[in-house]
Design a protein around this ligand. Structure first.
Ligand code: UDX
Ligand code: UDX
Ligand code: ADP
Length: 480
């Protein structure tokens, strides 16, 4: 029986291992983490992450061939294949601060593997890491190996949150990078055999180590670039009277471009896009490629521009001041169907509005007040470090309150802004909401989920990203 151990029970490690256990009943899978509360939650009815379909998968396998434990060393020692899925935040201090990946957690995991191993192992890099990390890890392992053989593989995960289980069941591809030596290829084959339980052979791609590592950064950079491209167009659409949805539809019909991932928004968020691009930029700079670094940096600059453009539009439309005005914020997670708030554009938008002295009442179906307060008081990049390692911030933002209902959030509000595309925001009773708001009633749709025409008929002044502007908004141009 093959034994798998995964270090790191987070958004990537947890769902991925649950699906491996489901699809490979003969393999024993143990997910370990140093965070006791997280492991306890994985062993309870209230899983630590919200992900559609995850509960069912965990229920079926937990206790059968899927286990969650804090006994990291024991399970690493017993495993044939060790996945490393620890967090790789952006460095906040020292060389490469604000750009380079912080490999502290990775390095300590590698040293621990070397320390406790008594048999040969395949070590699989699962978290996104800079190109050539595998090589560094290989050095740590071989220099501390006491005669044990380690093979390093890179097997980046491409799942997106909110659709993790679907993505794991039917991945576009599985990518495995390994050394081009006989032992390296043997290890690649062993991991391929795991995925072959449910993934068609032609979807399992094998490459060298560095190609696999770089492909993950490149895929995220390309995806983020598409969003920044369509968001840049959205600004031009507002200025010219074109409609970004029509433009996106028209260009997406070109089979070379394709229709997916062209939704204009208030900006992309999530733990991967910005972090991976910053990392790519840093690697380019370190390799003497400033022009390439500059090119990718622009993707992040447009994303920041889009968020501040949204805040400026809101403030300028409301007579250039939101001081003491009530703004209802609908949605805080970085996308729908997740409770994850890492790098959500809602943080920047809310901080912008707080800076202008607005009073915010926030509702998100999956995010609680503690999390929101923590996010709004956190320092840049701290979001990237595990919660249990962060002290709970003693301060709270007094201008912010949180509620569990969209109607309560919007009651008496001067304006609504929609920052996450939750389905329920499409079907709210906007007539009822309008009647309970202050007039003129504004709605700023950062996700293009509402029917602007219908809301205008009710009486709202509506702003939708990249759509032709209301007369009102045209008269109150936003200054950048
Ligand atoms: C991403 C990649 O999709 C995934 O392959 C990788 O493994 C991890 O990073 P994730 O961050 O979970 O996944 O979500 P994704 O669906 O990619 O969305 C990222 C951000 O882009 C969200 O804030 C989303 O709202 C935004 N987005 C996405 C848009 O603004 N417009 C779009 O058209 C698509
Ligand atoms: C382009 C558009 O494709 C077409 O839709 C539009 O109507 C006119 O402009 P064209 O310039 O004729 O058409 O050729 P295209 O095949 O798009 O190639 C443009 C350039 O890009 C060429 O120099 C081509 O060699 C280069 N290219 C294209 C690449 O370097 N790599 C690629 O993957 C594709
Ligand atoms: P991701 O989104 O990449 O899955 P997360 O932050 O959700 O990232 O999860 C990473 C997990 O890795 C955290 O739960 C953290 O406690 C865990 N972790 C970090 N370092 C170690 C380590 N040395 N040993 C075990 N677990 C670790």
């Amino acid at each position: 029986m093959v034994k798998i151990c995964c270090i790191g029970a987070g958004y990537v490690g947890g769902p991925t291992m649950a699906v491996i256990a489901l699809k490979c009943p003969k393999i024993e899978v143990v997910v370990v983490d140093i965070a006791t509360p997280r492991i306890n939650a994985w062993n309870s009815d209230q899983l630590p992450i919200y992900e559609p379909g995850l509960d069912d998968v965990v229920k079926e396998c937990r206790g059968r061939n899927l286990f969650f434990s804090t006994d990291v060393e024991k399970h690493v020692c017993e495993a044939d294949i060790v996945f490393v899925s620890v967090n790789t935040p952006t460095k906040t201090r020292g060389l490469g601060a604000g750009k380079a990946a912080d490999l502290t957690y990775w390095e300590s995991a590698a040293r621990m593997i070397a320390d406790v191993s008594k048999s040969d192992k395949i070590v699989v890099e699962k978290s996104t890491v800079p190109v050539k990390t595998a090589e560094a890890i290989e050095k740590i392992l071989t220099h501390n190996s006491k005669g044990i053989k380690f093979q390093i593989l890179s097997n980046p995960e491409f799942l997106a949150e909110g659709t993790a289980i679907e993505d794991l069941f039917k991945p576009d591809r599985v990518l495995i990078g390994g050394r081009e030596t006989p032992d390296g290829q043997k290890a690649v084959k062993a991991l391929k055999d795991v995925y072959a339980h449910w993934v068609p052979e032609d979807c399992i791609l094998t490459t060298n180590l560095w190609s696999a590592e770089l492909s993950k950064l490149a895929a995220n950079a390309f995806l983020a670039q598409r969003i920044s491209s369509v968001n840049a167009m959205s600004a031009l659409c507002e200025a010219t009277g074109a409609d970004v949805s029509q433009v996106a539809y028209a260009i997406g019909k070109d089979s070379r471009i394709g229709p997916k991932f062209l939704n204009a928004s208030v900006g992309f968020g999530g733990s991967c896009f910005q972090k991976d691009i910053l990392n790519l930029v840093y690697i380019c700079e370190c390799n003497g490629l400033p022009e390439v670094a500059q090119y990718w940096k622009q993707v992040i600059k447009i994303n920041d521009y889009q968020k501040s453009r949204f805040v400026n539009r809101l403030v300028s439309s409301m007579f250039n001041t939101v001081s003491n005005k009530k703004v209802a914020v609908l949605g805080f997670a970085f996308k729908k169907n997740t409770g994850d708030t890492r790098e959500t554009p809602a943080i920047d938008v809310c901080q912008g509005l707080i800076g202008d002295k607005a009073m915010l009442r926030i509702y998100d179906p999956q995010v609680n007040e503690d999390q929101i307060q923590r996010d709004l008081t956190m320092k840049k990049f701290d979001w990237d470090h595990p919660l249990h390692l962060q002290p709970m911030s003693p301060t709270t933002v007094k201008q912010v309150s949180c509620v569990w209902d969209a109607y309560e959030a919007t009651k008496d509000a001067h304006a609504i802004c929609i920052l996450t595309e939750w389905d329920e925001f499409k079907t709210l009773d906007y007539k009822k909401i309008y009647d309970n708001m202050q007039k003129p009633a504004f709605i700023f749709d950062g996700r293009n989920v509402i029917n602007a025409e219908k809301l205008r008929e009710i009486g709202f002044i509506v702003y939708s990203i990249g759509k032709p502007l209301d007369g009102w908004l045209k008269d109150m141009p936003a200054v950048a």
